[in-house]
Design a protein around this ligand. Sequence first.
Ligand SMILES: [Zn+2]
Ligand SMILES: [Zn+2]
Ligand SMILES: [Zn+2]
Length: 479
Amino acid sequence: MQLTLLGTGSADGWPNPWCECASCEWARAHEPRGQTAVLVDGRLLIDFGPDVPRAAARFGVSLAGLRHVLVGHAHPDHLGPEALMWRSWSTVAAEPLDVVAPPAALDVCRAFLRRWEGREPGGGESPLRLLPATAGEPIALGGPGDGEPGYLVRPVAARHGDAGIGPAVLYDLTAPDGARLLYGCDTAAPLPAPTLAALAGRAFDVVLLEENNGDRPGFGEHLDLPSFARLLTELRALGAVTASTTVLAVHLSHRNPPGDELARRLRDLGAQAPPDGTVLDVTPGGRTEPGAAPRAPGPTPPAPAPPPAPPPRRTLVTGGTRSGKSAQAEHRLLAEPDVVYVATGYPADGSDPDWSARVEAHRDRRPAGWSTVETLDLEPLLRTPGPPVLIDSISLWVAARLDEPDFEQSVHRLVEAWRGARRRVVAVTDEAGSGPVAPTPVGRRFVDRLGEVNARLAAESDEVWLSVAGLPLRLRPQS
Ligand SMILES: [Zn+2]
Ligand SMILES: [Zn+2]
Ligand SMILES: [Zn+2]
């Protein structure tokens, strides 16, 4: 199966043509994305928004070989029926074309063609075959009788759509060579239970999953970065996404951080967001590789990012008070199904309302599936294999241990356990000395010791990040 990403952007594209926010300015300068659509083997197209014809031209792709078009729902960024009229003016006007879509989307096609062509699409001599897509009812397209190998299409229900457009569907597609693709666009989470049941054990080779909302949730029925991560975790638990599945984030909008930052965030989740025009060769059960140039002459397509590397074992996130360091640390583990959150601070027992409020805010932000352990005994946790550990924070650990007579020994044991960590660990710490010099001897001693501990842990870390004003700055590795 060969995929050509004709578009990976949201309805308004990224940049939104009217918008001058920082995210749009970055996209405009570096990586503009049009409405999401993917061409499969040059024969089958999923989603057909008004950007598609121009994207095909831009990437040197002819749509003449198209025999099947799948449309997820009737929102206009997924369905531009005028292109069907333009086809009737072309060299392939008489060739058959299947349009598979929920009934409301087929109605949009019918209404347009009736008005502009004065004829009923799908009837009489029309080359168009309009096929309703209903969740749970598989459709075989092409095949031996039609002189070409066939595709098996399994529509599943999305969490998207309303009374106006009817139910939206996602597509589980099996290509003639056996490669399996999930097209998960558009949807919010959680997916309907019958959809999750239908996707269980599918072990897709490629999953295109929408991630419209980035860090600004609440727009339409879409996924944002945290719900994208949670859904991915669920699909992994179901065996729909496996270690060899290539996960592509699509339907990307300016609600996301600038693209280089988004790429890093997605890498932490085992996903990527290759640019529009990317060609991917998919081997069933194997790896997905950058594909050959498009079939027609045209500009060289951009190469996709290499498959995500395994996550780093030891990550240290340092930063000043309220710099966003805890959130940065949590982002790294959002796609992990089980995380042990280790609180080293003193418990929120109500005696200090401000402290209780901080602890509460942190707790609310963490996914429900994470377990919490309150302990200062970090060594056994680090030395035992298990799910990833998030330690928040090293500075509170230092504060609690500072007055113990064997403090130096404790630090030594902690650094040794960190070096030999048997599981993935992300630790948060405070950047020592960012504030004024402490006015008391104990305050100065705390800052001195914390600075030493941070430096020793950083020296033994695979990745070190500094959080400043909510933004991560990578200190190690440097490139
Ligand atoms: Zn959309
Ligand atoms: Zn914008
Ligand atoms: Zn939509």
